[in-house]
Every structure is written in structure tokens, then in C-alpha cells.
Design a protein around this ligand. Structure first.
Ligand code: GDP
Ligand code: MG
Length: 301
């Protein structure tokens, strides 16, 4: 038998503008749905780890909230979490939506990384939406930034090019012992993961501002003798009018959110799930220090 390759391990931060496809890419890189995805910007609120082993390397991917110009406290905390994710990582992967090109948010990220003296890997994502001839000028323009050591063109949605990217990163990680057990997928507690599944349905099923006013918390978690799990969650909104929309006519909206979240949870947990959702008006949850800590965010950002 040949000698085993030395073990490698490291953190790889995925950064980019809102909607560039960071969470979709994280899920594709680890082969599991860990980070929630929606067509709306700012779906991801905090740092999500996705852990995967490639040959002798353990890759710890860090999905981050998008980097944009924040205004409100929650937004500031999200952007701070994104930059912190990049600072702590061994590698930074910058995602650019190839269909969108380099917008003001992407410019800000590139400038920020350069001034921090970082190097990065560029991923042009969503190549399934763009004609190949249009990709080359974009890649050339970004190569001139003198920030990127390598450029990959992928579709996080179809998985095209993702295995190549993973192999490249695995080979480039520093040698060192693995930081997580071999079969661990994430560091998110199950209660938080379960809350995220419901929050994803809120983003997918409700319009405009309401998802941004919403916080989901798992309040109870009861493993039953028959192997099923009973989960109770609160959906916090900020106003009574929002509660009415969340409930829907005769409770139909929250029922639909619960039905889809429950199906997804049963799939993820491999167990029967009883999910109970309660919609509460909690006016000032975006000003609650404890809740930021529970989300893994810094209140004073
Ligand atoms: P994030 O905000 O950067 O985490 O972006 P998400 O992963 O939440 O994705 C934002 C939207 O872009 C979702 O509707 C995704 O389905 C979509 N998306 C992500 N990657 C791709 C891709 O490679 N191709 C296409 N067509 N859509 C994608
Ligand atoms: Mg995201």
C-alpha cells in the first residue's frame, strides 16, 4: 500500500453580493441542503458551516450573508458577519453572478479584500444563464484586479464545474489535522437548522418586506417514544397587520408554510415530524441583543 497523503484542513469563506448564489454553492459543494436559498436578497442572515471531505482534505465552507451597503442594525450585523467569515478563513472564494456582472456590491467586496491584503479564488456563477462568449470579457476584466489566484466558471444550480472547484481548494488547503469528526456536516444545532427550514418557506411564500420582518425560533423539541419528533416554533413578526398576512385566510398561509417545512424536515431528519407553528407579534425583535446572539450575530456591529 502506498503511504497515505498527509491530511489537510481549512476554512473556505464564500463571499459575494446578495443573490450571487453563495448558499446554493455551499449546498452543492457539500451535497446537502444546509443553507437556505430563495430568489430574494438577504436570505442568509448568519454564518453557516458546511463540512465535506475530499480525498485527504477536510474542507470547511463558510456561507456568509451577502456584502452590501447596510442601513439597519440587522443588516449591519449581517454584513459584519460576512466580513468576519472572510477574515477568519484560510481561503476566500468570491462569487460573482455572471449574468449580472460586476455591480457596486461586487466592487466593494473586491476593494475590501484588496485593502486587507487578501488573495482569493474567483467563481463566476450562474454560467447556465450566460452565453459563453459573454463570460470571457468578464473573466478578463476581473483577472486584472490582481486579487484572484484562480478563476472558475460554475453553475451552483446544476452543479456544473463545482467538483473542479472543490478539488482545487482541497489540494490548496494547508496540511493539518481535521477539525471536525469525519461525518459531521455542519456546526448548526438542529433547533436552528429546523428554524431555518421554516424561515426559507417564509421567504419563498411571502412577498416584499414581510420576510425581512420575520424571525423564526424553535421553542420546543420533543423526541417521542415512537421515533417521531414534535417541534414547536414561533414565527415572530413586527406588527399585527403582518401577523394577519402570515396567518392568511382562515390560517391557510401558515398552514402551507408548516406543511412544506414539515416535509423538508422529515427529509432532512429522516424521521416523522409534527410541526407546530405559532405566529407572534414581537415588535422589537431586531433590537433584542439575546436574539442576535442566538443567530450567531454581533449586536453592536
Ligand atoms: P445568496 O444570496 O448568494 O446566498 O444566493 P442564493 O444561493 O440564495 O441564490 C439566489 C438565487 O439565485 C436563488 O433563486 C437561486 O436558485 C439562484 N441561483 C443560485 N445559483 C444559480 C445558478 O448557478 N444558476 C441559476 N440559474 N440560478 C442560481
Ligand atoms: Mg445565502
Amino acid at each position: 500500500m502506498s503511504e497515505a497523503a498527509p491530511r489537510r484542513c481549512g476554512y473556505v469563506a464564500l463571499v459575494g453580493a446578495p443573490n450571487a448564489g453563495k448558499s446554493t454553492l455551499l449546498n452543492q459543494l457539500v451535497g446537502a441542503k444546509l443553507s437556505i436559498v430563495s430568489p430574494k436578497v438577504q436570505t442568509t442572515r448568519s454564518r453557516v458551516l458546511g463540512i465535506v471531505v475530499e480525498d485527504a482534505a477536510q474542507l470547511v465552507f463558510v456561507d456568509t450573508p451577502g456584502i452590501f451597503a447596510p442601513k439597519r442594525r440587522l443588516e449591519r450585523a449581517m454584513v459584519a458577519a460576512a466580513w468576519a467569515g472572510a477574515e477568519d478563513a484560510d481561503f476566500v472564494v468570491v462569487l460573482v453572478d455572471a449574468a449580472r456582472g460586476v455591480d457596486a456590491d461586487a466592487e466593494r467586496i473586491i476593494a475590501g479584500l484588496k485593502s486587507a491584503g487578501r488573495r482569493a479564488v474567483l467563481v463566476l456563477n450562474k454560467v447556465d444563464l450566460v452565453d459563453p462568449p459573454r463570460l470571457l470579457p468578464l473573466a478578463d476584466r476581473l483577472r486584472k484586479e490582481a486579487l484572484f489566484d484562480a478563476v472558475f466558471m460554475v453553475s451552483a444550480l446544476t452543479g456544473d464545474g463545482v467538483a473542479d472547484l472543490r478539488r482545487h481548494l482541497a489540494a490548496a488547503l494547508p496540511e493539518g489535522p481535521w477539525l471536525y469528526p469525519e461525518d459531521q456536516l455542519t456546526d448548526l444545532p438542529m433547533r436552528l437548522l429546523a428554524a431555518e427550514v421554516t424561515r426559507e418557506q417564509v421567504f419563498l411564500q411571502l412577498q416584499q418586506e414581510l420576510p425581512y420582518a420575520t424571525l423564526v425560533e424553535t421553542e420546543t423539541w420533543e423526541e417521542r417514544a415512537d421515533g417521531s419528533i414534535k417541534i414547536g416554533q414561533a414565527i415572530h413578526v413586527q406588527r399585527a397587520s403582518q401577523k394577519a398576512i402570515m396567518l392568511g385566510k382562515g390560517g391557510s398561509r401558515v398552514k402551507e408554510i408548516g406543511a412544506r417545512a414539515r416535509a423538508e424536515l422529515e427529509h432532512t431528519l429522516g424521521r416523522r415530524v409534527h410541526l407546530f407553528l405559532f405566529v407572534r407579534v414581537t415588535e422589537d425583535w431586531t433590537e433584542d441583543r439575546e436574539r442576535y446572539r442566538a443567530m450567531g450575530l454581533e449586536f453592536e456591529s
